[in-house]
Design a protein around this ligand. Structure first.
Ligand code: ZN
Length: 279
């Protein structure tokens, strides 16, 4: 099947009543781990990278690695730009072959958020999905905190979705990036946002949310849940444990393959938590 567009992943999830995980990659171990979990579960998925994590490789390497691995996979998977902050992020990732785009201008005032999101819409082909953000999700992503932190205002949702022409709306309803204690989604607020939104919703910060809330997101019009910290931690933990067990360890391939397995386990668990009916 190979890479598909973000719209295909959304449409398939909506028609099958599924929630897509969106998992951040940085390197080959993470990519291999994610795709193995996708094959194990058969759930359509986003693989994504943020500009802050593309500094090592650039978008082209990420595209080459992901698309090559997906060439033999029979499950729809899109390659998504996570937290594009500038129009250059959007055009560079599209030029590399990405099939789904997030423009995150949520750090700006409402009017500038709309205008930048509209420009991203003009750059993004209609057959690809565009995700935009209203309200600003807190917490730390790659050691960068948001410029401001604000919950999504349900009164702004309908007009924002209409004006931007986006297919996905990322919302700030108590969810935060990374690990923070006692994080919970405000389900009353999420319900109000859902009722105002003509498009499916996206929840960032999936690593820190309680499993019982993740398992219910499908009932709130959520179709995409971002998970990054869990995978990164699984990779780092694997190497840390190998070193702690033997400071003279030199089998990089053995530890790298252990990392792939650890990442597969984390991703598969998250996909199953998001889709309890999979059993
Ligand atoms: Zn995010």
């Amino acid at each position: 099947m190979g890479l598909v567009s973000g719209l295909e992943v959304i449409d398939e999830c909506v028609s099958r009543g599924l929630v897509a995980g969106a998992f951040n990659t940085t390197n080959i171990e993470t990519t291999m781990g994610i795709v193995q979990a996708v094959e194990n579960t058969g759930v359509p998925t986003f693989i994504q990278v943020a500009p802050t994590n593309a500094v090592l490789s650039g978008y082209e390497y990420i595209y080459d690695m992901v698309s090559r691995r997906l060439a033999s996979v029979g499950v729809p998977v899109a390659l998504h730009l996570d937290h594009g902050r500038t129009l250059d992020d959007v055009s560079e990732s599209l030029a590399a072959g990405f099939t789904s785009i997030m423009m995150d201008a949520s750090g700006y005032e409402y009017d500038k958020n709309v205008s930048l999101s509209q420009k991203a819409r003009q750059l993004t082909p209609a057959r690809y999905a565009l995700e935009v953000e209203l309200g600003s999700i807190g917490g730390k992503e790659d050691d960068q905190g948001p410029e401001r932190e604000a919950t999504t205002d349900p009164a702004q949702v309908a007009a924002f979705v209409e004006a931007t022409g986006a297919e996905l709306l990322a919302v700030s309803v108590g969810n935060v990036h990374g690990y923070a204690p006692d994080v919970r989604i405000d389900e009353e607020l999420l319900r109000q946002v859902q009722q105002a939104s003509a498009v499916p919703l996206v929840i960032h910060g999936g690593s820190g949310l309680p499993a019982e809330q993740l398992a219910r997101l499908n009932e709130f019009g959520v179709v995409k849940v971002n998970v990054a910290s869990d995978l990164r931690n699984a990779m780092i933990r694997t190497f840390g444990e190998a070193y702690a067990a033997n400071p003279n360890e030199t089998s990089l391939i053995r530890v790298s393959r252990q990392a792939v397995t650890a990442i597969t386990d984390v991703v598969e668990a998250r996909i199953r938590t998001l889709n309890p009916k999979l059993s």
